[in-house]
Design a protein around this ligand. Structure first.
Ligand code: FAD
Ligand code: FES
Length: 270
């Protein structure tokens, strides 16, 4: 019988410094690794611990994949200290990702804040690879300062591939020529027919909360708002109960939920 807790051996092939507290890691698993965009993995640093991350790369690449990690505490700080070539373990992929089939024929709006752009980058790369299936792809991204923006060198390429991009920062520097303010202000600058559009949101809880309220205000239906939720996880496979969320387990039923599914839970925006 397959041991569901046994990690797949992988090597850290490259490390990219994205911003002062965020790094991306290119992982080369010993075997091909398949995931659906929006699913997550448990990444193990042998002898130290593991944590949940959502691959930030395209699911069409099977030989290697990327995770983007923000330094948050014990395990993530250890990941920030490691060097190329270190062996790690990968469990998963787990959960339900973005139902991209249901996005076909629609405008897809992507609303991200900070490291929340990680799962959304995987979604964006998925959509761009099948651009003919979607009406428009629009990315609204916000970060605290210009130096906190991740994937800095990739926006131009996404724009060339037809993605409409709007960015904001809370605190500009002298070179910043785009929007200043919280990411939700970008929603005032776009025109979408909300009856024929879906939106994927990921970021810090406060941004997810006010982003969702603003999206409802401009006419998005709760069932068209896709939220990538985070809860403390342990097993990742619906057995330990750590990630209980109303009647759901985030690891099994999520991490992607529509706002409609979860709007009545008291602890949505923890
Ligand atoms: C499905 C899923 C996908 C995720 N994807 C990413 C990703 O792509 N990139 C990324 O940087 N982070 C992601 N996270 C968050 C990441 O798992 C946590 O930052 C990490 O577990 C913290 O571990 P630590 O040992 O460094 O911190 P700890 O020392 O355990 O804790 C530090 C702080 O982080 C909080 N924390 C711990 N675990 C979580 C958690 N699972 N979610 C939210 N807060 C937590 C603690 O409450 C504490 O405040 C994801 C989480 C989930 C559940
Ligand atoms: S992490 Fe164990 S049930 Fe979800």
């Amino acid at each position: 019988m397959k041991n569901i807790y046994k990690p797949l051996k992988s090597k850290i092939e490259n490390i990219v410094h994205e911003s002062p507290g965020i790094k991306s890691f290119v992982l080369k698993p010993d075997e091909e690794f398949r995931f659906d965009t929006g699913q997550f993995i448990e990444l193990t640093l042998p002898g130290f611990g593991e944590a949940a991350f959502t691959p930030s790369s395209s699911p069409f690449e099977k030989k290697r994949f990327e995770v983007t990690i923000m330094k948050a505490g014990y395990v993530t700080s250890l990941f920030h200290d490691i060097k190329k070539g270190i062996p790690v373990g990968v469990r998963g992929p787990y959960g339900a990702g973005y139902p991209v089939k249901q996005f076909e024929g629609k405008d897809v709006l992507i609303l991200g804040g900070g490291v929340g752009l990680a799962p959304l980058r995987s979604l964006l790369l998925t959509l761009v690879a099948q651009k003919q299936n979607y009406k428009r792809i629009i990315l609204c991204y916000g970060a605290k300062t210009p130096s906190d923006i991740i994937y800095k060198d990739q926006f131009k390429d996404w724009e060339k591939k037809g993605v409409q991009i709007l960015r904001s920062v809370d605190k500009p520097d002298t070179s910043w020529q785009e929007t200043v303010g919280v990411v939700t202000v970008l929603l005032d600058k776009i025109k979408v027919d909300t009856s024929k559009a879906v939106v994927a949101v990921c970021g810090p809880p406060v941004m997810m909360k006010f982003g969702t309220f603003k999206l409802l205000e401009i006419g998005f239906k709760p069932q068209s708002i896709y939220l990538s939720m985070e809860r403390n996880m342990s097993c990742g496979v619906g057995k330990c109960g750590h990630c209980a969320f109303g009647p759901y387990f985030v690891c099994k039923d999520g991490p992607v939920f529509t706002y409609d599914q979860i709007k009545d839970f008291p602890d949505v925006w923890l």
